[in-house]
Write a protein that binds this ligand. Structure first.
Ligand code: ZN
Length: 425
């Protein structure tokens, strides 16, 4: 399971920075871009800031076009790259002026936005720039860092998030209400920023944090410092307990070794599809996971949705919860699991159908199977179509558990609506 560092550590090292600048300069990579790679990796290797492709970073530089003219570009994280081991080629260069021009449009679909961003790549074979590219473009600082920090999420995932953010950051933070990442969010953020150009950080409600600066170090320092403030707030405001169910019967029968093969067998044969051909379960359990799954209100806090919108893509909006309490043997577990799975699928299908109706019936449903199963008394099972994906889902589910536990200790967990989650999915 993940190692948790309870305090943000600033890992900037002048000598490491120098080394990475030197080794990149041999490959013709600028100092700015090399330092952008360096601090992106620092962020990406901190599990309390960034998990599996979450978060993104950028730097605004100069480059030469075909005609030898100097142009402004934005190097922004490309899709398919992970901040923890990113290289310069994982930060494709996009023409900045053209990106900013896009924001003069009234409307731009996601597909048009991605296409316009690709059209303005300096190298046509670069990966597709992040969906948050336009937001990076409008922030008038050279370096921009964005994470879905655990501590920030425990705070923004509250009904009174704006009030708490003001309490912690005074008037340093620009607070932006939830809007799905993309064109509309960038347009709204631009409007907010123009009204409040002196802000030192941006908080996206129910989503994450942006910091920025003229140097790689100052933007990174700001991320560590502002997240540390959030961690301190949580530590000194944990006034509630997550009430626990104490007794679990039949622990000798319902071990993970006994139930996992039954779960896997049912999932694999339920409605055979490509996804299920190589289905893999990952099981994990630790103090936090048990505190979460053994909570009296598990059925409430686990059924609200993910802690930040892009987890939906990997974990689905809701985990399945199974209870072993009233069962006597493994055959009864088999029958029970099948019944609960049918209920989960029915619920997922009605979530899909009602949202698809809202959007004019133009969405295609993938499979309806859960990605996460929570088992009180035991722990967390994640599901993937290979081992790597099962692990990633498990890591994200564990992050959700850590964030929601803290959210429940300082207040009451609240996230985006069903329809917002669906739009992301
Ligand atoms: Zn984000």
């Amino acid at each position: 399971s993940q190692k948790r560092n309870y305090k943000m550590k600033n890992l900037w090292s002048d000598s490491e920075a120098k080394k990475i600048v030197k080794s990149n300069s041999k490959k013709g990579i600028s100092k700015e871009l090399a330092l952008r790679v360096y601090t992106s990796r620092l962020l990406g290797n901190n599990k309390k800031l960034v998990m599996h492709g979450g978060g993104n970073t950028s730097v605004k530089c100069k480059a030469k076009d075909y005609f030898g003219n100097s142009i402004d570009i934005l190097n922004i994280k490309g899709s398919g790259w992970d901040l923890g081991n990113i290289e310069a080629e994982g930060l494709p260069a996009v023409r900045l002026k053209e990106l900013l021009n896009l924001l003069k449009l009234d409307k731009l679909t996601d597909e048009e936005m991605v296409n316009a961003q690709r059209n303005n790549l300096l190298n046509s074979s670069s990966p597709t720039p992040s969906v948050e590219t336009l937001l990076h473009a409008i922030i008038p600082y050279r370096f921009v860092d964005h994470t879905h920090s655990d501590a920030i999420l425990s705070i923004v995932d509250q009904h009174n998030s704006q009030e708490i953010i003001e309490k912690i950051y005074g008037n340093n933070a620009l607070f932006i209400p939830y809007i799905m990442p993309g064109f509309i969010l960038a347009k709204k953020a631009k409007m907010y920023l123009e009204k409040y150009p002196k802000c030192k950080l941006i908080i996206l409600d129910k989503h994450g944090i942006f910091t920025f600066g003229e140097t790689a170090k100052s933007s990174y320092d700001a991320m560590i410092n502002f997240v540390t403030k959030a961690e301190r707030f949580i530590a000194s405001n944990k006034s509630q307990f997550v009430k626990q169910i104490k007794s679990f019967k039949n622990n000798a029968i319902f071990t993970i070794e006994n139930i996992a093969p039954i779960i896997r067998g049912i999932l694999k044969n339920f409605e055979p599809s490509d996804y299920q051909n190589n289905i893999i379960l990952n099981f994990r359990s630790n103090k936090n996971i048990l505190e979460y799954v053994n909570g009296e209100k598990l059925n409430i806090y686990s059924q609200k949705g993910t802690v930040t919108p892009d987890h939906v893509i990997r974990t689905k909006q809701l985990p399945m919860v199974i209870k072993l309490k009233d069962l006597s043997n493994l055959q009864s577990f088999r029958d029970y699991f099948l019944l609960e799975l049918k209920k989960y699928i029915k619920k997922y299908n009605s979530y899909f159908d009602s949202n698809n109706k809202r959007l004019g019936y133009n969405k295609i449903k993938l499979d309806s199977l859960p990605r996460v199963i929570l088992v009180p008394g035991l722990g967390l099972i994640s599901i993937g179509n290979n081992n790597k994906n099962a692990m990633i889902v498990g890591d994200l589910a564990e992050t959700n558990i850590n964030v929601i536990l803290d959210a429940e200790k300082i207040g009451s967990y609240k996230t985006i609506s069903n329809s917002n989650a669906f739009d992301m999915e």
